[in-house]
Design a protein around this ligand. Structure first.
Ligand SMILES: C[S@@+](CC[C@H](N)C(=O)[O-])C[C@H]1O[C@@H](n2cnc3c(N)ncnc32)[C@H](O)[C@@H]1O
Length: 382
């Protein structure tokens, strides 16, 4: 079977990677056959990212940083985690339980920078929990944190297999929401949900359903029929169950999630008529999720109104939504960047500040949403 179809402009994977991708393709094709010729795009994206042992986040390739496929804010600069740490410390000072739960910790870099900043500033903290679905990433996180933290600090990092019950403290996640599988919908006369089939050795787009939860969801968003014919977009049905589970696990918490996305009017803007799916392979971004299954990251921008609505229904209060630039600046990013004496390093830090905050870089595309449950603290920067 061959389904691997290289996109001319992307670097070619090696033989081992191709063999890996083909194993995942076979698994997905089996599922398509069992389901009568088509699976939803949401199922396809779930398999591409999280299929045990084969999905992008479940298997062993390096994803983050210059040898991987993409760079996230903690990989760009320690200033990101250091600034977030000071913000979190301001919440501990207001009475928030001094524990952190990080969801989807990637390489472990953010945890490392936050903990080191706490210790450098003598900020008391009890435990730093990490919930990571990927066994491979968990191993990488353990190695990095063991290498870079003091034994005392490392002993307070705890990896979890599931959400804790009755958690109180700070819950954070950077670029977790964009990695949750989305449903793809198309206005083809009526709204339809798109799925993935397999023909002549290739994955292809197909109609999946005319009456699914995703179709009902987009009909509610397009209730005034403002979206034009052939408009194609995404809807994320994972936010509601995920936030409900987070709320059920929480006693007194502040949650802050950072990701790229828009408020609803921008997300479902008439001109954004091909959706927001974005794939990353060796620092090239492109919009085709059918290329290199299992070898590339697949993401979708976040509809922050959908997150806020789902959070409200799950029992959270929405504490605010702001840009990454606003959040970092208000919480002392420039002061953090200004404490270095080495001139070359100072220049590097200035460059990192630009990457994190300029509107054309991460500053405005990335937003921070804050939620609170059973507590009402002043959230600096919102
Ligand atoms: C794009 S990466 C971001 C990693 C890291 N936070 C960073 O900023 O570099 C997405 C991360 O979220 C994790 N992830 C996705 N869905 C998750 C879920 N439901 N629970 C826990 N982790 C999840 C992935 O395994 C991965 O570590």
């Amino acid at each position: 079977m061959s389904s691997y179809h290289p996109a001319a402009e992307l670097p070619a994977p090696d033989d081992e990677q191709i063999a890996h991708s083909v194993r995942l393709i076979e698994r997905i094709v089996e599922r398509i056959e069992q389901q009568g010729g088509v699976i939803s795009f949401r199922q396809y994206m779930q398999a591409c990212l999280y299929e045990p042992g084969l999905g992008y986040y479940a298997a062993g390739s390096i994803k983050f940083g210059k040898h991987g496929d993409f760079i996230t804010a903690p990989e760009i600069s320690p200033l990101f985690g250091q600034t977030w740490a000071l913000h979190i410390a301001s919440l501990f000072a207001q009475g928030l339980s001094a524990q952190i739960l990080e969801i989807g910790a990637g390489s472990g870099r953010l945890a490392c920078d936050i903990v080191r900043e706490f210790d450098a500033n003598h900020i008391d903290w009890q435990s730093y929990f990490i919930l990571e679905t990927s066994a491979d990433l968990r191993q990488r996180q353990q190695q990095l944190l063991r290498d870079q933290l003091t034994p005392q600090a490392f002993a307070k990092i705890i990896w979890l297999d599931a959400l804790p019950q009755g958690f109180s403290g700070m819950i954070i996640g950077n670029e977790v929401l964009d990695a949750m599988p989305v449903s793809v919908v198309l206005k083809d006369g009526d709204w339809i949900e798109l799925g993935i089939g397999f023909e002549q050795g290739r994955f292809i787009w197909k109609e999946f359903s005319r009456n699914s939860e995703a179709v009902q969801g987009i009909q509610e968003i397009d209730v005034d029929n403002h979206l034009p014919p052939q408009y194609c977009t995404e809807i994320n049905l994972n936010f509601a169950p995920w936030l409900q589970a987070l709320s059920d696990a929480s006693a007194q918490v502040v949650v802050e999630l950072i990701d790229y996305g828009y408020e609803r009017a921008q997300y479902y803007h008439v001109q954004r008529n091909t959706g927001t799916l974005l794939c990353f392979y060796r620092h090239r971004s492109h919009p085709d999720p059918l290329v290199f299954p299992g070898l590339q990251d697949i993401t979708a921008f976040v509809d922050f109104d959908a997150v806020a609505d789902a959070a409200g229904q799950a029992g959270f209060e929405v504490g605010g939504l702001t840009t990454q630039a606003g959040f970092l600046m208000e919480n002392g990013l420039l002061q953090q960047a200004g404490v270095c004496e080495d001139e070359l390093q100072q220049l590097a830090l200035a460059q990192q500040v630009k990457s994190l905050t300029l509107p054309g870089e991460m500053g405005e595309k990335f937003k921070v949403i804050a939620l609170q449950k059973n507590i009402n603290l002043a959230l600096k920067g919102f």
